[in-house]
Design a protein around this ligand. Structure first.
Ligand code: FAD
Length: 361
């Protein structure tokens, strides 16, 4: 019997598999397709990402350094309100290669990572969990003391064990223009209902255009309007779900959710790479496969670290729905150099941010 079966080898699953294997546990990680594909993510992350990536891989993964964001209430022709730091705020990374690198790190730590294994059933017993996967049309079942559901926003594990869905799911789309651009700023357009559209310079990899919106919104039409306003043709169109708002519980007796499956994302950007890996580290520290009661320690640990940030992130997101004149007023008042951390809305109240605001006077 395995100590842990990890379902899904995205950032959250790969990170947990690595940490649990490093702790000496017997770990099997199952990925339905090829790790990293299909792409449905911008890979725009704070510089904290590098503490999760082996040092020798960093330059290979980094496509561009970003120093700030130009906010617009309208399209590309509208006034830009810049928010920036003097050092890099974030990096744009090759997301497919990130996933492969994290999966390799899990393998190096001793986890058995298998691709082409689609988990179709999860049956929780008193002393173990049976996990069934489809492999080339055959069904295979393995037993585990615990199962980590790291299978993304539309989680099969979550459904199999009857855990509640995240509060909301947004629909995100993106595509690429090949022209190289190593610009220092991303552009954010508050032109989408309850969310935003973006333009991300990705260095030699070109420029990415994208947006996310609540269900029912005409995302494809809005995307065409965005790229039309920039006057670009894009290709390699990708689409994916973004969960927002973690449910009240992400654990059962022997199963726990991590990453997008648990709704561990930033409500004001939809970003989940770093929150998922942060939660994976809490899980690896707290959970002992022989002691189901330690799942409560995991719930406490990740919520203690991230729940306040997620709550504050929801308040930040409300600003996207304010009337345009109020948005302009707010952006004019707040734009300039900032002292905030892009993953931590609580840093809006930090001494760094107060210092940055005072230094403008
Ligand atoms: C358009 C868009 C842009 C985004 N941009 C950013 C960004 O710039 N920065 C950021 O931080 N986040 C971004 N995100 C969010 C980010 O992609 C997710 O938060 C992140 O991928 C979550 O990681 P995860 O490991 O929880 O899930 P995933 O990365 O979704 O990994 C889940 C894995 O589980 C596998 N799986 C699913 N079902 C099964 C099954 N039944 N059996 C076996 N395997 C299975 C999947 O194939 C997948 O590999 C974006 C999302 C979208 C849609």
């Amino acid at each position: 019997m395995y100590d842990f079966v990890v379902v899904g080898v995205g950032p959250a699953g790969a990170r947990f598999a690595r940490r649990a294997a490093e702790a000496g546990y017997d770990v099997l990680a199952l990925e339905k397709g090829d790790v990293g594909t299909p792409l449905a993510c911008s890979g725009h992350v704070s510089t904290d990402i590098w503490s999760y990536v082996p040092e020798g891989d960093r330059d290979r993964l980094r496509q561009n350094r970003v120093y700030g964001a130009n906010f617009h209430v309208g399209g590309p022709e509208s006034r830009a309100y810049p928010f920036y730091k003097t050092e890099a705020v974030s990096n744009v990374i090759d997301r497919v290669e990130l996933d492969r690198t994290l999966a390799d790190a899990a393998r190096d730590a001793g986890a058995d990572v298998r691709e082409g294994h689609t988990v179709t059933a999860v049956d929780e017993g008193e002393n173990s969990v049976a996990v069934t996967a489809s492999v080339d049309g055959d069904e295979r079942t393995v037993e585990a003391r615990m199962v980590a559901g790291c299978d993304g926003p539309v989680s099969r594990v979550r459904r199999e064990v009857g855990l509640p869905d995240p509060d909301e799911t947004l629909h995100g789309v993106l595509a690429f223009d090949e022209s190289p651009d190593d610009g220092d700023f991303v552009d954010v357009h508050l032109t989408v209902p309850r969310f935003f559209a973006w333009r991300i310079p990705r260095g030699e990899a070109g420029v990415e255009y994208g947006l996310a919106a609540p269900p029912g919104a005409e995302v494809n039409d809005m995307f065409d309007r965005l790229t039309g306003a920039y006057g670009v043709e894009t290709d390699r169109f990708c689409s994916g779900a973004i969960p927002v708002g973690p449910p009240a519980t992400v654990t059962t007796d022997r199963v726990f959710l991590l990453g997008d499956a648990a709704g561990q994302t930033k409500p004001f950007t939809g970003g989940g790479i770093l929150y998922g890996m942060t939660a994976a580290d809490h899980a690896a520290r707290a959970i002992e496969p022989q002691r189901p009661t330690t799942l409560a320690d995991y719930e406490r640990a990740w919520r203690g670290d991230l729940a306040r940030e997620i709550r504050l992130g929801r308040w930040v997101r409300r600003a996207y729905s304010l009337p345009e004149p109020v948005q302009r007023l707010g952006l004019r008042a707040l734009s300039g150099e900032i002292g905030v951390h892009m993953d931590r809305p609580s840093s809006l109240f930090s001494t760094d941010q107060v210092r940055a605001l005072l230094s403008r006077r």
